[in-house]
Design a protein around this ligand. Structure first.
Ligand code: FDA
Length: 394
């Protein structure tokens, strides 16, 4: 079968691939985007509870994890959150800030997918869905790609196939295999923004708390997040836990402050003075959900009136509220992880163009690269910024 020729072939019709392809198309490049899924931008569609948290107005390099924290600076500076908001505004998509700079569509997330696919179509680009990639090979002035629909050739090849999270939505380790095929390093990959699980004994003790949430400060190493925490049947979830999960390593403990900003020791002492016959859990339940107050008191072994407790005991109880050290047994893994940490090693890529330094014409963008954002719109911003950067160069 005769090979079809394109200037640019983008593998992966997710956020990064679609955005990059339209940028390249705007520059007059003939572009083909290929995806094995039946629909483009599936993760965009389900993101942000169906409303797509499409960026974060505070996005800066400090919100990203990477073996090289400087790598993302150039792309994030050249295509900013404000630049993407301008695109959304130009399209007439209504949005709102939910909290902490997180921007969501007012209506369905599919509006963002439609914007990206319309932009691509407007530049004359081709989108080929339900098409698998059988082989990628290099030739002197570009690449030959064997697709299930036949062979194609191109001078620039962009790998935008994402990471390993949510395999049932079409996630594969394809980008890492291509990187390795071309001699590029891949840093260790692991699930990020993922609920954490407990060992059976602790799981049993927290069972009555399933569904209970609280505003907390959760720390992993030097990084702390002030957001909601949610008890599940298996462990902990909620934004604070998802955030810290990206910093957590097996065997580490996380520190949970269940009443940030409140001096629980002072409150317990004051309660002992004013009405010492109160139960400790009654005092704590002014600041914590009742079931959680009950759990903390049981863990500390301090049921009974506060009047029976000396300062040292009250301090121990307060410490459990402010510095609950808990060692997760694991995470829920790629099945539910919102992102994949690690990926194509940035040491092998040009930060301005996302091009492999040793393989001219080969670019990696989006989640496939070892750049992972916090929860809150940062990962899409990386998809747009890295996609834009490659789109100017291919
Ligand atoms: P993405 O995964 O979007 O796209 C990759 C594409 O490649 C897919 O279409 C896939 O089918 C295709 N593909 C994979 N392997 C292939 C192969 N072998 N051959 C052909 N095609 C292949 N982020 C954020 O900023 N705000 C948010 O609100 C959310 N919400 C959210 C919710 C949920 C449930 C998840 C799982 C994730 C989020 N995220 C998020 C994260 C965000 O979705 C993610 O970071 C981006 O989609 C990454 O964009 P990419 O284009 O790099 O990969």
């Amino acid at each position: 079968m005769k090979s079809r020729n394109f200037d640019v072939v983008v593998l992966g019709a997710g956020a990064a691939g679609l955005f990059c392809a339209a940028e390249a198309g705007r520059r007059g490049r003939r572009v083909l985007v290929v995806d094995h899924a039946r629909a483009p931008g599936e993760k965009i569609r389900i993101s942000g509870g169906g409303r797509c948290n499409f960026t974060n107005i505070h996005a800066s390099p400090g919100n990203f994890l990477s073996a090289n924290p400087h790598f993302c600076i150039s792309a994030l500076k050249r295509f900013t959150a404000a630049d993407f908001v301008a695109r959304v505004d130009a399209r007439g998509i209504a949005w709102h800030e939910k909290k902490l700079g997180q921007l969501f569509c007012d209506g369905p997330a599919t509006q963002i997918v439609a914007m990206l696919t319309d932009d691509l179509a407007g530049t004359g680009g081709t989108l080929e869905l339900a098409t698998s990639v059988e082989d990628v090979a290099r030739r002197p002035d570009g690449f030959d790609i064997r697709l299930s629909s036949g062979p194609v050739a191109c001078s620039s090849l962009v790998i935008a196939t994402g990471g390993k999270s949510i395999p049932r939505m079409g996630a594969t380790g394809f980008a890492y295999r291509v990187a390795e095929q071309f001699g590029l390093a891949v840093t260790e990959t692991r699930p990020g923004l993922v609920p954490l699980t407990f060992e059976p004994n602790l799981r049993e003790r927290i069972a009555p708390l399933a569904g209970v949430s609280a505003d907390a400060r959760v720390s992993g190493g030097d990084t702390a997040f002030d957001e909601a925490l949610l008890f599940t049947h298996r462990g902990l979830s909620g934004p604070a836990i998802l955030q810290v999960s990206s910093y957590w390593r097996e065997g580490d403990a996380i520190a949970v402050d269940l009443a940030p900003g409140i001096d629980i020791f002072a409150e317990l002492r004051a309660a002992r003075r004013s009405s010492g016959r109160q139960e400790a859990q009654t005092v704590l339940s002014r600041y914590l959900p009742r079931a959680l107050a009950q759990f903390v008191v049981a863990e500390a072994g301090m049921a009974g009136p506060v009047a029976e407790r000396n300062d040292a005991a009250l301090r121990r109880l307060a410490e459990l509220v402010h510095d609950w050290q808990v060692k997760p047994a694991g995470s829920e893994g790629y099945r539910t992880a919102e992102v994949t940490l690690g990926g194509v090693d940035t040491a092998g890529l040009d930060q301005k163009t996302m091009e492999a330094k040793s393989v001219p014409g080969l670019h990696f963008i989006g989640e496939a690269v070892d750049v992972t954002g916090w929860l809150g719109g940062y990962n899409f911003q990386w998809a747009w910024s890295s996609g834009w950067a490659a789109g100017q160069a291919v």
